[in-house]
Design a protein around this ligand. Sequence first.
Ligand code: UP5
Ligand code: MG
Length: 212
Amino acid sequence: MAESTSPRFSTNDVTVVFFLGGPGSGKGTQSANLVKDYGFVHLSAGDLLRAEQVREGSQYGDMIKTYIREGKIVPMEVTVALLSNAMADSLASSPPPAGTKARFLIDGFPRKLDQAVFFEATVCPSEVVLFLDCPEAVMETRLLKRGETSGRDDDNAESIRKRFRTFVETSMPVVDDFEKKGKVVKVQATGSVEEVYAQVKTGIEARNVHPR
Ligand code: UP5
Ligand code: MG
């Protein structure tokens, strides 16, 4: 018998929101607000990869380090497994209130068209795609500033340049594809954190995601 290809999680139980935007556009910052007000579980693909990079016994540590420094996209099998397992762990350890669906905010993923297709087929289809639109000059200033203290291997001028190129060439097509499907909530990310969040709230509430 053919193996089942249905997703691991049903949209009857789980709401997935993809959170996309260029490097330094403010995904992590805005995620904290969304967790607080809307009961999202925040899963940053980059954070999960950085944790896997330093996990003792991981066979992927060196590979992840190189990809991140070069601003390249880690092979999706690694990232999708980390995300899918994090969702399962969260559902097991802190299930949503009775009668409600668990909400997952997937930050910084999918970054390539085939990742979007694979995740939606094997893990869970997305409900909404939140996109932070931000000029490179603004993102660069933010990242160089953060780089003074972040300790992130990719917060230096050369890595930032490479991350921008990957975003434009490989990740923007994902946003464009979701846009064609009518799934994108686009927010200008140049204002203050509060100003951007006000737009984020308006955008997702228009898609029927309300505070919890
Ligand atoms: N800041 C935020 N909002 C601001 C505002 N409105 N006004 C003024 N300042 C603002 O913000 C960045 C900085 O800006 C912070 O100092 C913040 O205070 C300030 P942050 O919220 O951290 O932005 P974010 O969009 O989260 O930026 P981040 O650098 O995390 O984005 P990336 O997409 O580059 O990083 P990520 O961690 O997602 O990925 C890193 C790498 O991992 C990738 O390059 C890739 O190599 C790898 N990766 C994969 O291979 N696959 C994946 O699926 C995911 C990642
Ligand atoms: Mg981030």
